[in-house]
Design a protein around this ligand. Structure first.
Ligand code: GLN
Length: 190
């Protein structure tokens, strides 16, 4: 079997609240099952190849998002191509926001996203912090930790990842969390 090619975007810039743990969990499970894989990373200035089997990007502070946003635009068409080929993509918090249409920071700066998710995000005065539990019809209950000032609105046709059981999620009041588009997930669950 060909090795599974994992792409980790901006591990040097977008990796807060232990998001690298997703890679550790994934690669350990593959090793335990003797499934061969290749772990690839790509950061600012690195070109992407065309055929990854799984893509991951973790969260980051506003300054990390500003640092990677321009470069992410150069990777946009390859990432959209992977989405259209049903390649699994997991983006967390700051990455989720940058895979939407834009993120407006607390200072009012609009950081353009790549529009892979039909969502928009606006920073608020209030940080949504704490443990979070959501329920999804396919994956069941999902537990995580959230820490974000951004409120994310799902635009027409965008489907939430789950219903909030405990915590905030996309906004303080929407009772929904994250987004799922084909095999791509955006979520606030670290
Ligand atoms: N800077 C973004 C916010 O505060 C994302 C934070 C994160 O990735 N945890 O909403």
């Amino acid at each position: 079997m060909k090795p599974i090619k994992i792409l980790h975007l901006y591990p040097d810039r977008m990796n807060i609240y232990g998001d690298f743990g997703n890679i550790i969990s994934l690669t350990n499970r593959m090793e335990w099952r003797k499934v061969s894989f290749e772990y690839h990373t790509s950061s600012i200035g690195n070109k992407l190849s065309l055929d990854y089997d799984l893509i991951f990007m973790g969260g980051g502070q506003d300054k990390g998002q500003i640092a990677v946003a321009k470069d992410l635009q150069t990777k946009s068409s390859v990432l959209h191509d992977h989405l259209m080929r049903d390649v699994p993509i997991l983006t967390i918090c700051g990455a989720y926001q940058l895979f939407g249409k834009y993120f407006i920071t607390a200072e009012g700066n609009e950081i353009p996203g790549i529009g892979l998710f039909n969502v928009v995000t606006k920073a608020t005065e209030y940080r949504m912090i704490g443990n979070i539990v959501i329920s999804n019809d396919i994956f069941g209950e999902m537990v995580g930790f959230e820490n974000h000032s951004g409120e994310t609105e799902l635009l027409h046709g965008a489907s939430p990842l789950g219903r909030v059981i405990k915590g905030y999620g996309n906004t303080k009041t929407s009772n929904y969390e994250g987004v799922i588009e084909k095999n791509a997930i955006g979520t606030y669950l670290h």
